[in-house]
Design a binder for this molecule. Structure first.
Ligand code: ADP
Ligand code: ZN
Ligand code: ZN
Length: 704
């Protein structure tokens, strides 16, 4: 008997084909089966989405039967994707206003799509290697501290989701390892998903999981999932997770969609990290989807951070007289393991320093003393390149990018002017392109210049072994080549580097053992940014950076570890809270401000972005869409704002505009967006909006 089968395929967003397509098949393939189907003249990978329905024999008397095309083939040898997986995809698509086909297919490894039927058959025949033995000593498993034991007991006894609020060095990773161990001990089939913001930045985490689990569960018990895998590796790891063979999947945000039939525990490490939010296509938050997925599959979810996102902090608020508790359970680990104390925070008032001071003398002296003793130093400056702009001192010409509303950054090493937005790169001009003046000079300072400057300042300083000190720089420029970041990090670990200069990349979860001083230069920009999340990001960056110091409790120190902040606003509450290492105080103050201004998490937002050759065209579309949605928005108590240019208004000759949509109710916002999307599609079809290039909705945007 013939069947009618709905199949989810990836059609371009806004193509009008939102849902599943219908095909005919002799076999009633189960939902979740991967198939190839014809669409136009192409053949696409698709996922059978619902139960097949029998197709009535064409009845002469009925109206003309639908002409259904037949499914081309089935990917043999794969168990169907689970109902939970499909529901996760469906939810994500609905919530983030994309088609389920797009989300589903983006979540599958590309080789499933790209391998021909013959190649796939060959791939399947490949014999699985006999499980590789793991070469490595039995792990030494530390006895949990009291705080760890308490947290683990709470995790065992409650449903969650849990927010593990643990200081840097409090032993959060050890909690993840133990929680995973407990799950596996209970059910040897169980699978665990561990998510990290960026895998390259935290090679130690993978090592710790391997060292803990591979001796017992074999070298193949852990697979990774992230964007730098080759397509073949990605398929291999995906299949290992899908078959249930891999017990632990360690991955970046994309891993939230990993097919894991026996998922029992999800860990989201550094849950506050903005890289959990996808910034193109379906703009999903992997952290939020992890919480949804945990609930869906009955898996426990642990979100961990020393500086949680204000959303998660708010969701984990304890009950008060006026209000019930939030829906997450907050677990705290305030102490560092061992005696490793948190660094003393010292603020330098830059108003009292001579004009153009880069390093105050006090800070320099402290740095000299420490490197002489063989201690390591981190210097944080969130701006790469040599100088953010090149300037003609005569006519005022500046190194603007001709294609963007931004300056091109001066990179001295290769003597280029490089746009950090569109990539446009040119050699540095010998003279001012505008007036011919030879006196053009850098304005401001980036990591490259800082590295050079420090080399001069510390030229006379010697390491304990009498050698000159070594300064290294880690930022997006120094680590462009594959493997370079790992190499540079390894050098710092090995102690070959005395002073490390870098952008936020150096503040992430590295475990540099001998760092005793961290300096943040000029972090003031974020205090007065138009983005209401900037202070939150700055605070967590500085706390993370501070957390790099003093991690080795066994080091005997002449003076305590220090974090230095050079600022023109040293008394700002953010730095006060930093000095006390008091995230709760910072969070409370921020949440109060957000509540007064009804900003998230006290309201819910979506951002519509539009791009066109002219700013007018981009804004006209948004404003027309707003007018078309105004009545419905009114009814649902959703606020639609006017279109405005984005902060960087023009990138690569494309004008960008955005419009904010806001509501006090998530449900109302969701209902509005669902109804509004087709209205926007229709608006876009109008002749007058032809100049529009693209538009997209970002639900729960992170950058405004
Ligand atoms: P976090 O992830 O919170 O920054 P880690 O889990 O990396 O902290 O722990 C910090 C350090 O303390 C690591 O070197 C880790 O091996 C060690 N550690 C963690 N828990 C214990 C424990 N219970 N006993 C001894 N050492 C521990
Ligand atoms: Zn000039
Ligand atoms: Zn540019």
């Amino acid at each position: 008997m013939s069947h009618q089968i709905s199949v989810m395929v990836h059609t371009p967003a806004h193509s009008g084909i939102g849902g599943a397509l219908t095909y005919e098949s002799d076999t009633a393939h189960a939902p979740g089966t991967l198939v190839r189907v014809p669409l136009g003249s192409r053949e696409l990978l698709g996922v059978v989405w619902d139960e097949a329905t029998p197709l009535a024999k064409t009845d002469e008397s009925s109206a003309a039967p639908m002409q259904l095309r037949a499914i081309a083939s089935v990917l043999e040898g794969l168990t169907p994707l689970s109902a939970h997986w499909r529901q996760l995809v469906q939810f994500a698509a609905h919530y983030y206003q994309r088609s389920a086909g797009e989300v589903a297919l983006a979540a599958l490894p590309s080789q499933l799509r790209d391998l021909s039927t013959e190649q796939w058959a060959r791939r399947l025949k490949r014999k699985p290697k006999t499980a590789a033995a793991f070469e490595g000593a039995a792990p030494t498993i530390p006895t949990p501290t009291d705080e760890q034991a308490q947290v683990l007991a709470d995790i065992a006894a409650n449903k969650g989701p849990f927010l593990l609020f643990g200081n840097t060095g409090s032993g959060k990773t050890e909690v993840y390892l133990r929680a995973a161990q407990a799950v596996l001990a209970h059910n040897p089939q169980a699978q665990i998903l561990v998510m990290v913001p960026e895998i390259n930045l935290t090679p130690q985490l993978e090592e710790r999981f391997r060292a803990r689990f591979c001796p017992q569960w074999g070298a193949d018990c852990l697979v990774s999932m992230h964007s730098s895998l080759t397509p073949a590796q990605r398929l291999k790891n995906w299949l290992a997770a899908h078959s249930g063979e891999a017990r632990i999947v360690l991955g970046t945000r994309m891993a939230v969609f990993a097919s894991m039939p026996h998922l029992q525990l999800i860990v989201v490490d550094e849950e506050h990290d903005p890289s959990y939010k996808q910034q193109e296509g379906a703009r999903y938050s992997a952290r939020d989807l992890a919480v949804y997925r945990g609930q869906l599959e009955g898996a426990k979810v642990i979100l961990g951070s020393a500086t949680p996102s204000l959303e998660s902090w708010h969701h984990s608020r304890p009950a008060t007289d006026a209000e019930p508790a939030g829906r997450y359970m907050r677990l705290a680990m305030p102490s560092r393991v061992g005696q490793g104390a948190l660094p003393l925070v010292r603020r330098v008032d830059m108003n009292r320093q001579p004009y153009k001071t880069v390093f105050s003398n006090h800070l320099l002296d402290a740095m000299r003393e420490r490197v002489t003793r063989g201690e390591q130093i981190l210097v944080l400056l969130n701006r790469r390149g040599y100088a953010p702009v090149l300037n003609c001192n005569d006519c005022g010409w500046k190194s603007e990018c001709p294609h963007c509303s931004a300056y091109r950054v001066f990179h001295k090493l290769d003597r280029t002017l490089r746009c950090h937005h569109c990539g446009f790169t040119q050699p540095v001009p010998r003279a001012c392109p505008s007036c011919g003046n030879l006196d053009i000079s850098p304005l401001g300072r980036g990591t490259e210049q800082l590295e050079e400057h420090l080399a001069e300042l510390l030229a006379d300083v010697r390491r304990p072994d009498g050698e000159p000190i070594r300064i290294a720089r880690i930022d997006a420029d120094s680590t462009r080549l594959k493997g370079e970041l790992e190499r540079q990090l390894a050098e710092v670990h090995a102690g070959a580097v005395d002073v490390l200069v870098g952008t936020q990349m150096i503040a992430k979860g590295h475990d540099f053992r001998r760092v005793t001083l961290v300096a943040a230069l000029n972090p003031d920009g974020a205090l007065f940014s138009s983005d209401f999340r900037a202070p939150e990001r700055l605070f967590s960056l500085l706390m993370q950076a501070a957390g790099r110091a003093g991690r080795d409790a066994s080091m005997s120190l002449v003076s305590p570890c220090e974090m230095w902040v050079q600022s023109f606003h040293p008394l700002h509450p953010l730095f006060e809270a930093l000095k006390q290492h008091d995230y709760p105080a910072f969070a409370e103050q921020q949440l109060k401000e957000r509540e007064q201004a009804t900003l998230p998490p006290f309201s819910f937002q979506a951002l519509v972005r539009a791009e066109a050759r002219s700013q007018e065209a981009a804004q006209a579309f948004l404003n027309a869409a707003r007018d078309a949605g105004a009545a419905l928005a009114d009814e649902l108590l959703v606020d639609l704002y006017s279109a405005v240019p984005m902060t960087i208004q023009r990138v690569a000759n494309v004008e960008r505009a955005q419009m904010l949509v806001e509501s006090a109710s998530r449900v109302a916002l969701q209902r509005f967006l669902a109804a509004w999307q087709p209205v926007m599609d229709a608006t876009r079809q109008q002749a007058e909006f032809k100049p529009l290039m693209r538009w997209a909705i970002d639900v729960d945007p992170l950058a405004i």
